[in-house]
Design a protein around this ligand. Structure first.
Ligand code: GTP
Ligand code: MG
Length: 464
């Protein structure tokens, strides 16, 4: 971790999050805090009723004080009231008008919420002005900007609900430019996109030049945390792959593979995947609501489609029919391990070479052993591939790298299905080390494989 520069002379930067009701102010703060318990969020207007402070730290240093505020409701009436008031006395600065208005708050009970916003705006260093770009460009929004401008603070418009709303976004950008607000941020508040978060801090750097270093400290710190999270998630996926690829269950020679053997293997795989899925959601502090908004096929901490369902294979471009290559031990996601190689893999190699006989000769000893009682049931390659592809997709959704792909579903679908070049080789190696299932950390070979898979998962696009 980078050592955080202590800046005792500088207080935290005060950021007021303001905007129309329901624009997503509280959601934005939750996302920045990684705290799904902060405040209340609701589809109905007027959810936040009081200013609420939260703090973003870099290490022990408070960097940002974020102030959630109630949403504006009737800004046109407010602007009219302010205009009327301004006619009655000569305010030196627009902010003086706001101060006077606030000092006479009891005369304006209808603006109780708005007064809280104005007070907080005057006490802040910068305003984040949240905009739901799906809203039409109505006068009330212009009035909001005009009122907020009177506080004399830098304003950063933050465009929310941007996914799939490009034309609306362009209109809003033009609208803000008319108010001299040329720098703005696109940020889907429910999307957990570190790049967007970084851009937010960078925009604040340009608006608050004197606080550049403080904000840089924050950017560096958050970047490290983010990298750590992504790495931890990729490591967890590799652990899942190891658990499942290394799984073996000895099959009685006398009775062959029983239903109980198959059920037990399947139960193991399901539980392993479920536990990994829950860990990934926990790492990124994702809630069911986030999952729903990202349209992930996950509910109650489980994938909706069972890992052994043919539909699940098909969804990821894995061809259930190809398992026919595997000879006797097909179906239900199972394979037979014989010696160091699975029958499925042996048959695939044979088929690929176009010479079943050569394969047979090469693995003669192991194959013979199968007939003489040393058989293990294991998960087949397709199942392990599917585990990888599903978790990779989840990771992309959690880190929002799938987000840009919303405009290009075709591309993202293909990318969802491609396995890395060395994929089958890695699975074969894992299978040969059943001891890694429970104790692997000291093995250098294991660590190398782990590093390779983590690299696939964390370096976007380079794995296919
Ligand atoms: N799909 C989607 N929904 C969002 C996004 N941001 C917020 N929402 C939803 O929009 C609704 C309003 O969000 P809030 O964060 O409560 O909005 P607010 O601006 O704090 O509202 P008030 O406190 O009432 O002024 C909630 O149902 C959120 O779940 C987003 O980026 N995408
Ligand atoms: Mg709110």
């Amino acid at each position: 971790m980078t050592k955080i520069k202590h800046q005792p002379d500088y207080p935290a930067i005060n950021v007021a999050v303001v905007g129309h009701t329901n624009a997503g102010k509280t959601s934005l703060i939750r996302t920045l805090l990684r705290d799904d318990q902060f405040g209340n969020i609701n589809d109905s207007a007027g959810t936040t009723r009081a200013v609420e402070k939260s703090v973003i730290f870099a290490g022990d240093d408070a960097i940002l004080n974020l102030y959630d505020t109630p949403g504006f409701e009737d800004s046109s009436a407010l602007l009219q009231t302010l205009d009327e008031m301004s006619a009655t006395f000569a305010a030196r600065l627009p902010a003086d008008l706001l101060h006077t208005f606030i000092s006479r708050a009891q005369e304006f009970p209808d603006f109780e919420q708005e007064i809280k916003v104005l007070r907080q705006s005057l006490n802040s260093d910068v305003l984040l002005y949240l905009i739901d770009v799906r809203e039409p460009l109505l006068g009330k929004y212009s009035d909001e900007v005009e009122i907020l401008s009177k506080a004399g603070k830098p304003i950063l418009p933050v465009f929310n609900f941007i996914a799939g709303n490009q034309p609306a976004l362009t209109r809003w950008r033009e609208q803000m430019a008319r108010f001299n607000l040329h720098s703005a941020l696109e940020f889907d508040t429910v999307a957990f996109d570190f790049e967007a978060e970084k851009r937010l801090y960078q925009k604040l750097q340009s608006l608050l030049e004197r606080r550049y270093d403080t904000l840089q400290t924050l950017i560096t710190y958050r970047q490290e945390i983010w990298n750590t999270l992504v790495h931890a998630a990729a490591q967890r996926i590799f652990q899942l792959l190891t658990e499942v690829a290394c799984y073996r269950r000895e099959v009685s020679d006398k009775h062959g593979i029983s239903d109980a053997d198959v059920t037990s293997m399947q139960r193991f795989v399901r539980k392993a995947e479920q536990s990994a899925l829950r860990d990934l959601l926990t790492i990124f502090a994702f809630t069911q609501k986030d999952i729903d908004m990202q349209q992930l096929a996950v509910s109650d901490g489980e994938w909706e489609l069972d890992i052994f369902s043919p539909r699940a294979l098909k969804d990821f471009g894995l061809n259930a029919g190809a398992t026919a290559l595997k000879g006797a031990a097909t179906g239900a996601g199972i394979d037979l391990m014989v010696g160091g190689i699975s029958l499925g893999a042996a048959a695939m190699i044979g088929a690929a070479l176009g010479a079943g006989w050569a394969t047979l000769r090469r693995y003669q000893r192991e194959l013979l052993a199968a007939w003489h009682g040393h058989k293990w049931l294991c998960a087949d390659d397709d199942t392990i591939s599917l585990l990888y592809l599903r978790q990779r997709k989840l990771l992309h959704a959690l880190t929002q790298r799938g987000h840009a792909a919303q405009n290009n579903i075709q591309l993202s679908d293909n990318a969802d299905h491609a396995l890395p070049e060395r994929w089958h080789k890695i699975v074969a190696t894992l299978r040969q080390h059943p001891e890694w299932q429970f104790n692997s950390t000291s093995s250098i070979a294991y660590q190398q494989l782990q590093a390779e898979v983590i690299n696939w998962l964390t370096c976007d696009g380079k794995d296919s």
